[in-house]
Design a protein around this ligand. Structure first.
Ligand code: HEC
Length: 361
């Protein structure tokens, strides 16, 4: 199984607390004055900082806000066709279609309904999901840097036998067809320690083990403050093919970088192996995106990972190809520089002189 690090269909570009009356989503929308507002009700529990999402179905931009005392407002929307619903785990919501004309204020009241279906995953504390012991000590010391309990989490991977866990764990330490450099140095963890972990996983996440996940504490949000924030999501273009012509089902975006010299946001797509450029001032979904497929020495993605912009050029690391890439957005020209020693470049930065520095696995 190739575990996807970033599988979100939507790429979250602009987020944060913006002071509401003066929101500007970019040039294209600065003339927007329309508003959608309403109330959210529920058949179970209380309404507290519930998310309400309005998706502009033509421009494929979604705006998400939070309720305050059961009410929400989304200001400064461009006119258009919107799909509106509330988002709350364990609940279904009304879905409304709203046509918004310039300068109009429309009301869209939404109702949440508790879902009947119960999950078969038992939520428990960390000592129940990961019983203490030598294997856990090794895991938390050697593996947690990348696999935190919520990032690439083992408890969410398909359950399997001890032997199959051993194969998967050994993958971490071996070169793979798409990656000449092992993701973890074989010197870091002995075979004996890996076997201990395989045995541990075989017991707690074996084929017949109960499905468990961590019970997280309730997030206490300040409704007053969070209700003046808006999350804007721009839909990615469909994935299409990678450089070798293989059909890729979904994108695997990872790092992004907002340009300092233009209205572009640069992003890597680890699945197709491409660099994406999004002009956030362009309201047209088709024209907003540019894609640069990166040549690969094999049939896999070069796995672009970190991305930056320096002096108007875009640079990235190629985790599985071992190269540092450079794009001139004006000409579309791409260069892939191979370092003298094979490595798996991860994160990169530019200094004031235009030199590129990178770290490597
Ligand atoms: C440097 C980061 C890093 C470290 C350290 C690391 N992993 Fe991973 N692991 C990953 C990534 C990334 C994946 C996703 C799969 C891929 O890209 O190959 C993964 C996937 C896995 C998988 C699933 C593989 C499969 O084929 O289903 C297992 C099991 C796993 N890791 C176990 C471990 C264990 C045990 C350790 C510690 C001994 C460890 N990992 C240390 C990054 C890491």
């Amino acid at each position: 199984m190739r575990y996807k690090i970033a599988v979100a269909f939507w790429v979250l570009i602009a987020a944060g607390i913006l002071s509401m009356p003066s929101i500007s989503y970019g040039q294209a929308q600065s003339a927007a004055t329309s508003v959608i507002s309403g109330a959210v009700t529920t058949d179970k529990g209380e309404i507290r900082a519930v998310r309400v999402k309005a998706t502009d179905t033509v421009r494929k931009i979604a705006y998400t806000v939070f309720t305050n005392k059961g009410k929400y407002q989304i200001y400064n929307l461009p006119s258009g066709a919107y799909q509106i619903s509330a988002l709350q785990d364990g609940f279904d919501s009304t879905n409304l279609s709203v046509e918004l004309k310039a300068g109009e204020t429309k009301t869209a009241d939404l109702a949440l309904k508790a879902k009947a279906a119960k999950s078969d995953v038992e939520l428990a504390d960390v000592d129940t999901v990961f019983p203490p012991g030598v294997a856990r000590d090794i895991l938390f010391k050697e593996c947690e840097g990348c696999h935190s309990l919520e990032h690439i989490p083992w408890q969410k991977m398909p359950h399997r036998s001890e032997e199959n866990w051993r194969i998967a764990i050994n993958h971490m330490f071996e070169p793979l067809p798409m990656r000449a450099i092992p993701i973890v140095s074989p010197e870091a963890v002995t075979q004996e320690q890996r076997d201990l972990i395989a045995k541990y996983f075989g017991t707690i996440f074996g084929e017949d083990s109960p499905k468990r996940d961590l019970k997280l504490s309730t997030l206490n949000v300040n409704e007053e403050e969070i209700s003046s924030a808006v999350w804007i999501q721009y839909a990615l273009p469909p994935a299409g093919k990678n450089a070798a012509g293989a059909e890729i089902k979904r994108r695997g975006t990872h790092d992004i970088y907002p340009s300092e010299v233009s209205s572009n946001v640069w992003a890597v797509d680890t699945n197709t192996g491409s660099i994406l450029g999004m002009d956030r001032n362009n309201p047209d979904y088709q024209e907003r995106w540019r894609e640069f497929l990166l040549p690969s020495p094999n049939k896999f993605s070069v796995h672009p990972h970190g991305i930056i912009e320096s002096r108007g050029h875009v640079f990235w690391t190629e985790l599985d190809h071992g190269a540092i890439g450079e794009l001139d957005p004006k000409t579309g020209e791409v260069h892939q520089y191979m370092p003298p020693t094979p490595s798996a470049p991860h994160t990169l930065r530019a200094d004031s002189k235009g030199n590129i520095w990178y770290s490597s696995l």
